[in-house]
Design a binder for this molecule. Structure first.
Ligand code: S3P
Length: 426
């Protein structure tokens, strides 16, 4: 259980754990590359540890000590058929990207995860991979786990995805690297492009034209060292903490500011929050900066369209900030929230109401009325790391004590979250 109380202010210079999306990809690409990949700044959260465990089960030697990882890649076809089911835990990124990788392998593998994974849609990757020639089965004709994959020779496709999803795009591109001919993926809005950037860092040719990405089959990956920047999705909770606690100011160092991820920065600035980017630089094809965040009075805004994929994981904590902003905040075009670790429209609305917030769910988002005085509440994370953390931030803005039950879920993406908050609270 995590207990949260109002604090006087947050102050100091901090770092957040490594980027989850980039950490997963560094392990996966390192395992498929020729040679040894050294990773620094790796996120030792439960999700990325699931990715490591899966590759170890396929015979890849991986040493991990906190945020340092060494992956001894044996080339694309150096994986061995796993003798038991691969356990992806809570990680959608692991199961969906691995589906693309396993679709190319000359063996059979079964993947499954926890209760949340069992409810998440898989046909979005299963359907295009089947079109490429992979034999995949799963519960309800491949919509749900366990997924059973017998890979083999694939044919390149031109796929238009109905959703802006980096997991879908990445699964198809990874399969496309070993398929015959060319593979293109077109998405309705640009989703995060870490796969494209990191593949290039591993020596693969990737072409992009607007929302279409193209790869040629038959490409190999070359091992290289990767420095993972801090996760902007984790920094988002600290940014929100500063915005809901008067007098606060933080310097958050070494945060990834890939433009496909910085919707949270745009939103905070549009709401009137003071947030400056300092010391901008590029590390392994990924832009990085230090964020200087100063408490400000916020106002409600509308969030929709292209912006949504750029901040999809931050919507729970944006909703918390919106309760403390003057006026109305409207979030639209975000139906993807329903298929995250929980149905995040339902869980955000349900949990925020326990604090006394005025929130209305809609078909594709929610409407939040501010500014509302919140009172401390007992909240269940529902096993969703970002719900646990977002509600802890709401607790900072609420009178009295807030208790987050099932707070162990937080370690999925932000191990040390509670102690970091304590360290910077004055
Ligand atoms: C991720 C992509 C996003 C995001 C998830 C991580 C990734 O999911 O919500 O936390 O690493 O590719 P979708 O691609 O399904 O939108």
């Amino acid at each position: 259980m995590l207990r949260v109380k109002q604090t006087n202010k947050f102050e100091g210079t901090v770092r957040v754990p490594g980027d989850k999306s980039i950490s997963h990809r560094a392990v996966m690409f390192g395992a498929l590359a020729n040679g040894t990949t050294e990773i620094e700044g790796f996120l030792p959260g439960a999700d990325c540890l699931s990715t490591i465990a899966c590759f170890r089960s396929m015979g890849i030697e991986i040493e991990q000590q906190e945020d340092r990882v060494t992956v001894r890649g044996k080339g694309w076809y150096g994986l061995q058929e796993p003798v038991s089911r691969l356990d992806v835990g809570n990680s959608g990124t692991t199961i969906r990207l691995m589906s693309g990788i396993l679709a190319t392998q000359p063996f059979h593998a079964v993947m499954e995860g926890d209760e949340s994974i069992a409810k998440r849609p898989m046909r979005r990757v299963v359907a295009p991979l089947r079109q490429m020639g992979a034999k995949i089965d799963g519960r309800r004709e491949g919509e749900f786990t366990p997924l059973s994959i017998r890979g083999g020779e694939l044919q390149g496709i031109a796929y238009t995805s109905p959703v802006a999803s980096a997991q879908v795009k990445s699964a198809i591109l990874l399969a496309g690297l070993q398929a015959k001919g060319e593979t293109t993926v077109t998405e309705p809005h640009l989703s995060r492009d870490h796969t494209e950037r990191m593949l290039q860092a591993f020596g693969v040719r990737v072409e992009r034209d607007g929302c279409t990405v193209k790869v040629q089959g038959g490409q190999e990956l070359q091992a290289r060292s990767i420095q993972v920047p801090g996760d902007i999705s984790s920094a988002a909770f600290l940014i929100a903490a500063v915005m809901v606690v008067p007098g606060s100011s933080l310097l958050i160092e070494n945060v990834g500011i890939n433009p496909t991820r910085t919707g949270i920065i745009d939103v905070v600035q549009q709401m009137g929050g003071k947030l400056e980017l300092l010391n901008e630089r590029v590390v392994n094809e990924e832009p990085v900066a230090d964020l200087l965040v100063t408490h400000s009075e916020l106002k409600g805004i509308e969030i929709a369209g292209d912006l949504i994929p750029r901040l999809i994981d931050e919507i729970p904590v944006i909703a918390v900030m919106a309760t403390q902003a003057s006026g109305r905040t409207v979030i639209r075009d975000a139906e993807e929230l329903k298929v995250k670790e929980t149905d995040r429209i339902a869980t955000v609305v349900g949990q925020l109401r326990k604090f006394g917030a005025t929130v209305t769910p809609t078909e594709d988002g929610m409407i939040i009325e501010g500014k509302t005085a919140l009172s401390g509440a007992t909240i269940d994370s529902m096993g969703d790391h970002r719900i646990g953390m977002a509600m802890a931030i709401a607790g900072l803005a609420a009178s009295g004590e807030t208790v987050i039950e099932n707070d162990e879920a937080i370690a999925v993406s932000f191990p040390g979250f509670a102690s970091l908050l304590e360290q910077i609270s004055h």
